[in-house]
Design a protein around this ligand. Structure first.
Ligand code: SAM
Length: 218
């Protein structure tokens, strides 16, 4: 989506994607990455996700990237974290002790700026892009991540013709076809989450699956 779409969403606080609870797949599957626990975790398109607090509690340093300055400030203020702001290339870095959120366009980041990243977490980032932008995002993510870096990817699948995204439906086939050039991909679990998503029920979407994948950058 274009930046204006997301800025408007944040200004109107139309942020239905934001979860008040930690994502259950994160809790269930983060340990399958086999990490030491002190790796820096990159969170693309992080919003003000509380999943970052969960990962910080596990001992990780967090490096998020988020377009909206409003989202970034809300993250620190709502979690009562004092923060400092400074320039970071073309982006702005907002930092507290364990968290750095890079405010700006993910596509303006350079691989050397993520050289110390040891893991990543993508929830509602890949699925935020329409099909025509999705591959560019996946290629950028691959270009930014150091080789050997593991991550958890959480996606949604539903009949796309029933609802206009975002979130967009991203199938297992799309991920295998387009992402295996950069990542080893394993499906961890697919679960029916329709009952937890009133917007999909209201639009009479007949099924909605959430999937968790383990990814390893080749
Ligand atoms: C669907 S939300 C998901 C947020 C978060 N991952 C979560 O689980 O709550 C997508 C987020 O990506 C941000 N975003 C969109 N385009 C971006 C870009 N080019 N660079 C960085 N962030 C972007 C939006 O502002 C929005 O907060």
């Amino acid at each position: 989506m274009e930046p204006g779409f997301w800025h408007e969403r944040w200004h109107k606080q139309q942020i239905g994607f934001h979860q008040q609870d930690i994502n259950p797949f994160l809790v269930k599957y983060w340990s399958t990455l086999g990490l030491r626990g002190n790796e820096q975790v990159f969170v693309p398109l992080c919003g003000k996700s509380l999943d970052m607090c969960y990962l910080a509690e596990k001992g990780h340093d967090l490096l998020g990237c988020e377009l909206s300055e409003l989202a970034v400030r809300q993250f620190f203020e709502e979690n009562r974290l004092a923060y400092q702001q400074k320039a970071f290339g073309e982006l702005q870095a907002f930092s507290s002790e364990q968290m750095t959120l890079l405010q700006g366009d993910l596509f303006a980041l350079q691989a050397q700026q993520l050289a110390s990243v040891g893991a990543f977490y993508d929830r509602a980032a890949l699925i935020a892009w329409p099909e025509e932008m999705r591959l560019q995002y996946a290629a950028k993510l691959a270009a930014l991540l150091p080789s050997g870096c593991c991550g958890l990817l959480i996606t949604l699948e539903y009949p796309q013709d029933m609802l206009k995204g975002p979130p967009f439906s991203v199938t297992r086939e799309w991920i295998r076809e387009h992402m295996s050039q950069w990542f080893e991909v394993s499906l961890l679990e697919q679960a029916d989450v329709l009952a937890d998503n009133p917007r999909f029920i209201a639009k009479e979407v007949p099924w909605l699956n959430e999937s968790a994948y383990l990814l390893k950058r080749k």
